[in-house]
Design a protein around this ligand. Structure first.
Ligand code: GDP
Ligand code: MG
Length: 389
């Protein structure tokens, strides 16, 4: 399963975002809600369910909206010099290591200083905070590389030694391949074996960029002064109001409104039951949603998965005529596959043995046999025929 991490300074709203995104919404409760520990939870990517285009009914979506689980980590608050172990430094880095992509939260309201202490709204310019996470991560990677560098350099004297493989081995946790490392070396026009410190730091920044794609989320957009927002918008960041999303999900649980995460608006179910304060709160949320086309929480998760991680949604089925599994459940699973994946890759995702025994696949929409090398598209419904049952 894909893992996203919420990172950023203290007090920018990570835990609020986490709580909202991982809250078992009554309407998406088809999925078991699993909290591994308070900082690890399951959030969902929103996608149109394939059942609609097939004119089917499936028990896995809500009115054609499907939520596909991803792991979400609320990373310990990060302060400058975390790479030197300041604050909860090592804990934060260990969490980040597990992530496929990072949602970097900044306080778009300008209400927290560089260290994450609350200050008055508008008194800190958050644009500077964006660079800081990349810097901390780069210096963390550099610290690890530096520890191994003398040894790697000695080994590099031996014939047939691959510095790319050796560096990839040092960073196995980061899922960086020797090819990634070779690409980074070329892109930066470096000669790794003879690189100086500054060059190695640049190289580490590139490795971070490759292995941990990052989406900056300007949270507290509801309180963001126009000038700060405009400046952040130039950097093409996503905006969000995690507090609005959390309030809405609570209102859904209380059956006060109907709303699906990622909707651009909500509907009040029971106006009469609302207190004046609740009414005013909902009016404010409605204004924020109008300005940002929703609360931005679901949108940020979707962008991380579909844009940063380049995923498509593919539905494996066992019965291509009824689009179901052996138990008769229609479109029982949705997989977030990397763009460019083939039916053979899908087979491996379903089960290693199914992958090993892969014979061919059938496109359930056309009932045509498709080749092992066929590139899957978003919304594909695929039956895999494998020698292993
Ligand atoms: N106005 C506003 N306040 C928020 C929002 N999200 C979080 N907060 C507030 O910011 C403070 C810090 O939030 P928290 O989630 O604990 O931040 P963390 O330290 O990054 O985990 C709390 O008082 C939240 O209520 C938001 O979207 N809008
Ligand atoms: Mg927190």
């Amino acid at each position: 399963m894909i893992t996203l991490a919420l990172a950023g300074k203290p007090n920018c709203g990570k835990s609020t975002f986490f709580k909202a995104a991982t809250m078992a919404n009554a309407e998406i409760a088809n999925y078991p809600f699993t909290t591994i520990n308070p900082n690890f939870g399951v959030a969902y990517v929103r996608t149109p369910c394939a059942c609609r285009s097939l004119n089917l009914k499936c028990g896995k979506c809500t009115e054609g909206v499907r939520f596909v689980p991803v792991n979400l980590i609320d990373v310990a608050g990060l302060v400058p010099d975390a790479h030197k172990g300041r604050g909860l430094g090592n804990q934060f880095l260990d969490h980040l290591r597990q992530a496929d992509a990072i949602l970097h939260m900044v306080d778009a309201s300008g209400g927290t200083d560089a260290e994450g202490n609350p200050v008055g709204v508008g008194s800190h310019d958050p644009s500077g905070d964006i660079k800081f996470l990349e810097f901390e991560m780069t210096m963390w990677v550099y610290g690890i590389l530096d520890k191994h560098w003398a040894k790697l350099n000695r080994q590099a004297q031996v014939k047939g030694f691959s510095i790319h493989q050796a560096i990839a081995d040092v960073f196995t946790g980061l899922k960086i391949t020797p090819e990634d490392i070779h690409d980074a070396e070329l892109a930066l026009k470096l000669d790794l074996v003879h690189a100086k410190m500054e060059d190695l730091v640049r190289f580490c920044a590139e490795m971070v960029r490759i292995s941990k794609p990052m989406l900056v989320v300007g949270n507290k957009a509801d309180e963001a002064p126009e000038a700060l927002r405009a400046k952040l918008a130039e950097q093409k960041i996503a905006f969000a109001s995690a507090a609005s999303e959390l309030a809405l999900r609570n209102a859904v649980t209380a059956k006060v409104v109907t709303y699906l995460p990622g909707d651009q608006k909500f509907t009040v179910v029971n106006e009469a039951s609302l207190s004046p304060a609740q009414k005013a709160g909902l009016v404010k949320i409605a204004e924020v949603m109008k300005q940002f086309n929703g609360t931005g929480v679901q949108q940020a998760i979707n962008r991380a998965v579909f844009e940063l991680l380049d995923r498509i949604v593919v539905y494996p089925v066992e019965d291509e005529n009824h689009y179901c599994n052996k138990q008769g459940e229609v479109l029982p699973d949705a997989f977030l596959m990397k763009k460019g994946s083939t039916p053979h890759d899908l087979a491996y995702q379903v089960h290693t043995d199914i992958g090993k025994g892969f014979l061919y696949a059938i496109d359930a929409r056309t009932k045509m046999r498709i080749k092992e090398s066929h590139v899957l598209k978003d919304g594909d419904v695929i039956k895999i025929v494998s020698a292993v049952k």
